[in-house]
Design a binder for this molecule. Sequence first.
Ligand code: GLU
Length: 368
Amino acid sequence: MNRWVIKIGSSSLTPGCEGGGLDTSAIDVWAEQVAMLVDSGAEVVLVSSGAIAEGCHRLGFDNNRSRNMHELQAAAAVGQVGLIEAYERAFQCHGMRTALVLLTHEDLSDRTRYLNARSTLRTLLKLGVIPVINENDTVVTDEIKFGDNDTLAALVSNLVEADMLVLLTDQSGLHDKNPTRFPDAKLVEAALASDPSLDAMAGRETGAFGSGGMFTKLRAARTAARSGAITVICDAHHPNVLLSLANGEQIGTRLSADLKVMDARKRWIAGQLKVSGTLTLDSGAVNALQQKGRSLLAVGVQTSRGNYVRGDMVLCTDTNGVHVAKGLVNYAYFEAQKMLGLTSGQIERSLDVIGEPELIHRDNLVVI
Ligand code: GLU
């Protein structure tokens, strides 16, 4: 395992939870292990939460979730200083530097900014610097937010083509039922990321400070699998957690990447959270996309909704609303509307639409 993305959750960074500041001695322990990994030839990117928690602590906010959005954004700005200070100081002890990289979903959905972020991260890794990534909470609101760093870490794993994504958390891994409520819950030691039986186990509960629960971790593992990364969900405070993982020891839940590895462009498409419209496909079109890897033609589209323009991301569903694919559409809503249900020949004859014969070309389409 050479390239690692390690995500550290808020609950692990602030053990006292409500009102407690950063656990800097825990950061020191992880930094020491990361330094040893790098010494042995690994490249490591950290994705760290904890800015809001630390900011609330510094500002004397007792209960962070009762604060309004702008107070939390302000807290993130204050706390981010403490967070990077703690990492920089911890890595300095090992003669290493850290770099602060704050990303938003918009940064990763814009192709140029995405490629720039990738080049910068690759350069930092080549320079032996440890990138510490967090969401830029100061400028994002709910609608355009990753919301949880599990998702961000998974997209970063795709971006840097990591071999392993480690999600360090306050639980020992994914259990077959909620371990806080059922004492007989069993740890899932290994599974395929795509295994549908995991969905029911993951649930949707989150902690007091972190916004991601097991559900987002499972989804993150599936995203990371698109670029072939294995995901391990494990207890952040397990003794020597990172070194033990590097030695191949069984810790936590290991979710293997059995999904077909997508090329980088398709991963970028699949990673988009913001969709501008929805197309409802008939069963013929669903089959052409899912089974034959074809482009989407207007003839197989029954309805179209949204205020999309050429190049926007649209979601394709079947007639029951089940998500089938996502892709970059070749026509704006008002043009597509006139084409629905028509064959390419009919479109050419009856409309003055000149352009691509497909609504979404297969190179710009990802089956979900
Ligand atoms: N970006 C948030 C923070 O640093 C944490 C997001 C999450 O809970 O995963 O506080």
